[in-house]
Design a protein around this ligand. Structure first.
Ligand code: SF4
Ligand code: SF4
Length: 677
């Protein structure tokens, strides 16, 4: 189809485009390689195949925004189809007589059925692509969906603030619209014998514009010319994610969700961009900039200056300016000045919601913990509450400023002896945790757990003053040294004990004992108390005497039991056994909404203005229960001592006392079994 001179021009342009594309991706790879090492990945080829399959079937995008995700899926398949469309367009241009219209009847021995099928798919996908891109265009530029924006108090790269994301999107939207229309027009102009039933869209345009050789040439050049511009441009735009997201998913975290990567021994944590591991640098290239993570972030909801997506977007634009913009000096600016404000760093609850919802496997939370680590090493000023908690943890092994010997005081008040697991062998070593051991509001529940374990004939013991805080939140605050000290203390205590299994009250302790102690040689079987209790029921060692059908109940999945460790089933089975009327809140299981206490937030002295996540959650529960007159007592059931404290406060501060009560699961089980407080 093309003349010789056109072919020469095309090949020259294609080579220039390939050169710029190569340079673009080489620059990206070089910047990723500057990152620190990440934990070793196993079986990388197979992981990359899995990543590609995940992207191919769009497995990760439906975790949120289902309608838009369906349109995105259509867009994705449209673009995949267009990779082949462009290939055949090139062949039509370069190979004389190669023409797919009318089933490829001008090509000797062409598989007509196959060609017709391809033509039909390409034609339909062209229409779908146009519709999909117009939907996204309208969403961003006409409706100006707030979900794509950032609040004023969030640190943003100046280019992002000036609208660089919109410019990028506009260029790509215009490209797709022009490219698709030009391609279909080029096919329409080829239809010299009238309509092709397998190309309805092109045939329609042919009925308007007719056939034209000049039209074929012009449309072909517009369509393919755009491609030669856009491919190198993509490596310099936010749309790098087309190529980098499958790689990012393929190289995703292989260690458990609840295990933070250990910091570097020298200069731990991250002050500058390339103090982050290469994987965290790759995250920013894979980021779709969809803000799904911002939607689910409890700190963002609370009005704090934190947006996990802004963090990734800022990293991306910083990288772009430092590499393509030739400003390597930008690498020398601290992350707390370029990608996330110090206040935002200290707003994170480490709830993992951002990581869970991210369609491309990014871990903004891991960046935040790394930045905290370095801030602590550099002597950053800490919130006074956090400072006090850390000091107490260092001296007392608990954050509540209580003497070590007081840890087992509640046990001494029991009507039966509670074994000291460091002095006599037990089957179950009960790791009670700080809140359940010291907080007067929670101790009655702790005693109920003990009574139920005792009634169920569980051979258990606690470590009394030998137990120290497990360190989950200490590590997430960034105090790795203190975390290691606590691990050492507990490991020493475990060393004195003989036990088969650890059972915990607190999901935070559960998480770190199960997932992080193995990093220090502590490989134990660890269970949450809800699992242990369920087993006692299943084995017939505990039985329900009183059905609790007078309660209407909803259940809050704590982040560190649910989202981190998949502990969704046992609490719900217990509620079923108890015979309560159970209603599920809209945000449940993996999608549960954090209470706002994790990652050291519970220690923070200052309370920010605005509706707290726990208050919002209480409102969610009440709206789930509905306004209908119901004689049943409405309960908000928790399985974490911190939740007991957070939600009891939230019921008061939202003025909902009398409408809803917060109960620990153990209180319901005790009532069902008939064990007195
Ligand atoms: S871990 Fe939770 S609080 Fe922290 S950035 Fe992610 S969603 Fe926000
Ligand atoms: S980090 Fe993930 S969820 Fe957040 S904006 Fe980027 S792609 Fe979207």
């Amino acid at each position: 189809m093309l003349t010789t001179i056109e072919k020469i021009i095309f090949i020259a342009l294609a080579l220039i485009s390939a050169g710029f594309t190569f340079h673009g991706f080489k620059t990206i790879v070089d910047s990723i390689r500057k990152g620190r090492s990440a934990p070793e990945l196993k079986n990388v080829p197979m992981s990359l195949v899995k990543g590609a399959v995940t992207v191919l079937f769009q497995r990760t995008i439906f975790k949120a925004r289902k309608g838009l995700s369906a349109i995105h899926m259509g867009l994705f398949f449209g673009l995949i189809t267009y990779a082949f469309v462009n290939l055949f367009d090139v062949l039509e241009g370069l190979v004389p007589g190669f023409d797919l219209v009318y089933g490829g009847k001008h090509i000797p021995n062409a598989p007509t059925g196959l060609v017709n099928a391809f033509n039909l798919i390409a034609d339909v996908m062209s229409m779908f692509l146009l519709v999909a891109i117009i939907v996204f265009f309208v969403r961003r530029f006409i409706v100006k969906d707030k979900a794509l924006t950032f609040r004023e108090n969030i640190l943003l790269n100046p280019k992002v603030k000036a609208g660089a994301q919109n410019t990028d999107s506009l260029i790509v939207d215009i490209f797709v619209i022009m490219h698709v229309i030009a391609h279909v027009l080029s096919q329409a102009y080829r239809l010299t014998d009238g309509a092709d039933p397998f190309m309805p869209f092109a045939s329609f345009l042919n009925s308007i514009f007719g056939a034209s050789q000049t039209g074929v040439h012009v449309a072909w050049w517009v369509s393919l010319g755009w491609v030669m511009f856009i491919i190198p441009y993509l490596s310099r735009s936010k749309h790098t994610h087309f190529f980098m997201s499958p790689i990012n998913l393929g190289l995703a975290k292989q260690n458990p969700r609840g295990q933070l990567d250990a910091p570097a021994k020298v200069d731990p944590g991250a002050k500058f961009l390339h103090d982050l591991s290469w994987k965290r640098v790759l995250d920013s290239y894979a980021c779709v900039q969809c803000n799904r993570c911002q939607d689910v972030c409890p700190a963002n909801f609370y009005g704090r200056p934190l947006s996990p997506s802004a963090l990734e977007v800022n990293k991306r634009y910083l990288l772009k300016e430092a590499t393509f913009g030739s400003h390597p000096d930008l690498y020398l600016l601290p992350l707390t000045e370029t990608v996330i404000s110090p206040e935002a760093v200290w707003s994170c609850t480490t709830c993992y919601a951002c990581v869970r919802v991210c369609p491309v496997g990014n871990e903004p939370m891991a960046d935040i913990v790394d930045i905290r680590r370095r801030m602590l090493v550099d002597g950053a000023e800490l919130d006074s509450g956090v400072q006090n908690a850390l000091q107490s943890l260092a001296t007392n092994g608990n954050w509540m400023s209580k003497g070590k010997r007081l840890r087992g005081r509640w046990a001494k008040e029991m009507e039966f002896p509670v074994k000291n697991a460091t002095e006599e062998p037990v089957e179950h070593l009960w790791f009670v945790g700080d809140t359940a051991s010291f907080d007067e509001r929670v101790i009655p529940n702790t005693k109920m757990v003990a009574r139920l374990f005792n009634q169920g004939g569980l051979d258990f013991g606690i470590m009394y003053q030998n137990e120290s805080n497990a360190g989950n939140d200490v590590r997430r605050v960034g105090e790795e040294g203190l975390f290691e000290q606590l691990v050492e203390q507990n490991m020493e205590a475990f060393g004195k004990a003989q036990f088969k299994q650890i059972v915990t009250t607190d999901p935070h302790s559960f998480n770190t004992l199960k997932n992080e102690y193995p990093q220090f040689g502590g490989k134990f079987e660890v269970k949450h108390y809800t699992v242990t209790l369920l087993k006692l029921f299943e084995e017939g060692k505990l039985t329900i005497k009183n059905k609790l059908s007078h309660y209407k109940v909803t259940f809050h999945d704590p982040c560190y039991l649910g989202r981190y460790n998949g502990g969704f089933t046992a609490p719900r089975k217990l509620l079923e056994l108890l015979g309560v009327e159970f209603v599920e809140m809209p945000r449940n299981c993996e999608n549960s909404f954090c209470c706002g206490a994790g990652g050291g937030q519970i220690w923070m002295g200052k309370v920010a203005p605005g509706e707290r996540p726990a208050e919002n959650r209480i409102k969610e529960a009440l709206s789930t229960f509905g306004e209908s007159a119901n004689a049943k007592t409405q309960l908000f059931v928790v399985t974490c001592p911190k939740d007991m404290v957070m939600y009891s406060d939230a019921v008061k501060t939202t003025g909902n006392e009398g409408r809803i009560e917060v109960r620990d699961m153990i209180q319901l089980v005790a009532e069902g079994v008939g064990v007195d407080a």
